[in-house]
Design a protein around this ligand. Structure first.
Ligand code: ADP
Length: 271
């Protein structure tokens, strides 16, 4: 008796986005939307990004190696030349970071590295907050932790879950101005675990929220543009959370701040 929506694989290889809604007194209405083409496009895009990222790794390693060699063999370089070498090294490092992120994303999406184990979210969250404490102090942003006692265990990949929390907490810290506050909560809600990262930052306009978890998506608002990265952090959060059977969403009001939330199913296994 309830409306439903799901992706339905067809026997002939096509995929449909299907929604079914009851119409009282009449029956039901089913709407099928053929999304085969989009699925294929998405798969090709992911495959392309993974291949190119992988192929870019070797030339970058060569650049890195030669910068090191030049530094060693030419210790008396003049200041301009030394600065140029440093610039080459730091640009190569930025590119390496981006490639690592893209390869991470490809790996999470393919689900290959998700050998699940029991995870204590409280420890994972505390670890993440510890790693940001200095940065928060330097910036003058207050970090607050709000956790239910005795959080239940979730089944998953602790490194990837830590990465999801770190991306949300890192964004909150990055986009919240001096004097602001970031609150990380972990609560038991509706039979699952609810993790929330709230900030008192600039907020995100409603019109920009729909694509927020897509790859390479940046809001580009006046308050955030200068700090924006590659627009992959939230795509990683979504992939990690969905690979764990959870859901991710955002609530945000311009001028008041944002709350990013994700839910995780609680492990029911006794061990
Ligand atoms: P980026 O590397 O650009 O931070 P993300 O995928 O992590 O990429 O975030 C996508 C965009 O969402 C960011 O570019 C930024 O515009 C916006 N955003 C993310 N988190 C926040 C936040 N806590 N407050 C305001 N804007 C945010």
């Amino acid at each position: 008796g309830q409306p439903q929506a799901d992706e339905v694989p067809w026997a002939d290889g096509r995929t449909f986005e299907a929604s079914l809604a009851p119409v009282p007194g009449v029956g039901s209405v089913a709407v099928l939307h053929d999304v085969t083409h989009f699925k294929e496009l998405n798969r090709m895009k992911s495959e392309f990004v993974a291949t190119v990222s992988h192929d870019l790794k070797s030339p970058l390693t060569v650049i890195y190696g030669y910068v090191d060699l030049l530094k060693e063999t030419l210790p008396d370089l003049n200041q301009a030349a030394a600065e140029s070498l440093e610039e080459i090294a730091s640009s190569a490092q930025r590119m390496r970071d981006l490639i690592t992120t893209l390869l991470d994303l490809a790996q999470i999406e393919s689900g290959l590295d998700l050998a699940a184990q029991p995870c204590h979210m409280s420890l994972i969250i505390k670890d993440v907050l510890r790693s940001y404490r200095l940065q928060a102090q330097d910036k003058g942003v207050e970090f607050e932790l709000n956790m239910d006692a005795d959080l239940p265990i979730v089944k998953g990949h602790p490194v990837r879950l830590g990465q999801a929390v770190a991306n949300l907490a890192g964004n909150a810290l990055k986009y919240t101005p001096v004097g602001g506050r970031v609150t990380v909560s972990a609560l038991v809600r509706d039979g699952g675990l609810l993790i929330q990262v709230s900030d008192t930052g600039p907020g995100i306009p409603l019109s920009k929220q729909a694509g927020l978890f897509g790859k390479f998506y940046k809001v580009g608002a006046r308050e955030t543009a200068a700090q924006e990265g590659h627009g992959l952090g939230l795509a990683i959060v979504k992939s990690v959370v969905e690979a764990h059977g959870g859901r991710v969403w955002v609530e945000s009001t311009v001028g008041h701040g944002s709350t990013f939330s994700f839910s995780l199913p609680i492990s029911t296994e006794e061990e």
